[in-house]
Design a protein around this ligand. Structure first.
Ligand code: TYD
Ligand code: MG
Length: 473
């Protein structure tokens, strides 16, 4: 009350002071959005270093929520509510549709993040015309390239559809206005870092701008029931700039990943309000754009050296789909005081645990050995179901004895060296059988529930010691 009287007196006596009070500078963490009147070297909220930037504070009137459909204000029994079936459009690119949970949902906002040059523009340019319904317009907004540049690229990709509209624009207000006039079936905004709202004074790409742009595009998508795709670049640390806040606002977050040295790319759902997360789609970058890879296991096992020690095939579940990958281990006498432990594609803490179990339970001497673990193909394994595979690869390399290349190894390891049952064992075995594998070493606990309809020979193991006997008999 006192404050408002004070504000009122200040505003009539010194109108310009009032404006200054409202527009005072604040410092904001560019990672989590934490606001502070002074600069911090380390964000007290999220702990990021050097993430504070000075921004003009947003006048209260400009702060807008994401503009989600009108909500009922009274509590309603769930039984009385009409369930709204999500309407989806299929793009016909099955890898893309699957990652989204079965096609693009009307009115949804999808954020597609990835390193520069990984192929985000290419992917969305190839996908967008497929969302047109009987020749209805679709809009590609680019703040990064001119319309002519995009046209040249589209031409190279064989996209000449007259209903694909291009707009080289960075002003959010102009984009929304153009989209309202065009009535497109879908919109792509490339990228969120170059788009800015003229209502804010902060620079494009700052967290306030990113948040405002996302919120307004969200409101546009929900009001018009149009799917909107937003491209976002990834920072050095590997997160979409302004990540946390942005991920909360949008419906779906996809990451487009891949190794620059390899031609294949993985599209991964990390958040999805309309489907499962961890679902992946695999593509290959060719001269004529991205091509779907229908059978990723065959791709990842393609260049396997079948006779070398330290190589094993594991099956990892990516969402609902099993993917076979080769795990390699190289164990060699160390020349360092502290032996090296290097892991790519698996969590290095997990590898340390597995090595400790091997030392303690099997009495292997690994303290004088460097251990390198590599998951072939740049794919990342986050599942403990691949523990046994990693261990088998280490033992194989240490003993210089190859594992039969037609064997699949599955199992989670406990600290006592016991092998624990894994989920979706039938799906994993079926995938291995499809690719011509003949044998599977799996946890004994999985044997009882197995509906083994394939021709695979299965061997159950209870303890890590049993696996040695089975694999290196
Ligand atoms: P791009 O879609 O521009 O990446 P982003 O939008 O994520 O920055 O992809 C650029 C890379 O893709 C570039 O290095 C060239 C390569 N590329 C091909 O190999 N084939 C193609 O048909 C296209 C269009 C691009
Ligand atoms: Mg691009």
């Amino acid at each position: 009350m006192c404050a408002s009287v004070f504000d009122f007196l200040v505003s009539i006596s010194y109108p310009e002071t009032m404006a200054k009070i409202k527009m005072r500078a604040v410092f904001r963490c560019q990672q989590c959005g934490h606001e502070s009147p002074r600069w911090h070297g380390r964000c007290p909220e999220c702990g990021h270093w050097n993430s504070f930037k000075e921004e003009a504070s947003i006048p209260t009137a400009n702060r807008r929520g994401p503009g989600i459909r009108k909500l009922d204000t009274k509590p309603v029994s769930i039984g009385d509510l009409q369930s709204d079936v999500e309407h989806r459009i299929l793009t016909g690119i099955s890898e893309f549709d699957r990652v989204l949970g079965g096609g693009v949902v009307y009115g949804s906002v999808t954020l597609v993040g990835g390193d520069p040059g990984i192929g985000k523009t290419t992917l969305l340019l190839q996908m967008l015309p497929r969302l047109s319904q009987d020749g209805s317009a679709v809009l590609y907004v680019s703040g990064e390239e001119s319309s002519t540049q995009i046209k040249m690229r589209a031409h190279r990709l064989g996209i000449d559809d007259p209903f694909l509209y291009l707009l080289a624009e960075t002003s959010l207000e102009a984009i929304v206005q153009s989209a309202q006039e065009l009535h497109p079936t879908a919109v792509v905004v490339d990228s969120i870092q170059t788009t800015f709202s003229a209502q804010l004074t902060s620079t494009p790409g700052s967290i306030t701008q990113v948040q405002e742009v996302a919120a307004q595009l969200m409101a546009f998508a929900k009001q018009r029931d149009i799917p909107v795709f937003i491209i976002g670049h990834v920072t050095k640390e590997g997160a979409i700039a302004g990540p946390r806040l942005l991920e909360h606002i949008v419906d779906t977050v996809l990451y487009f990943e891949g190794d620059r040295g390899h031609s294949y790319r993985i599209l991964r759902a990390v958040k999805n309000r309309f489907g499962a997360t961890n679902e992946i789609g695999v593509f290959e970058m060719t001269e004529v754009g991205l091509q779907e890879v229908g059978n990723p296991s065959a791709l990842f096992l393609g260049d396997r050296s079948r006779e070398s020690a330290g190589s094993v095939v594991v099956a990892t579940m990516e969402g609902t789909r099993p993917i076979l990958v080769e795990v390699q281990a190289l164990v060699a006498p160390t020349h360092f005081a502290n032996p090296k432990r290097v892991a790519t594609g698996v969590d290095s803490n997990r590898v340390s645990i597995l090595l400790a179990v091997l030392e303690k339970r099997l009495g292997l001497h690994l303290s004088g050995q460097d251990v390198y673990i590599n998951v072939v193909g740049g794919i990342r394994i986050d599942e403990t179901a691949c523990d046994l595979g990693v261990m088998a690869a280490v033992i194989s390399s240490l003993r210089e004895r190859p594992i039969d290349p037609e064997t699949l190894v599955c199992g989670e390891i406990g600290l006592g060296g016991e092998i624990r049952a894994v989920s979706a064992i039938d799906i994993r075995i079926r995938e291995a059988s499809k690719l011509g594998l003949k044998r599977c070493v799996l946890p004994e606990g999985n044997l009882s529930s197995l509906d083994n309809q394939s021709s695979m020979t299965v061997a159950g193991a209870k303890h890590i010691g049993d696996v040695q006997d089975i694999l290196f008999r």
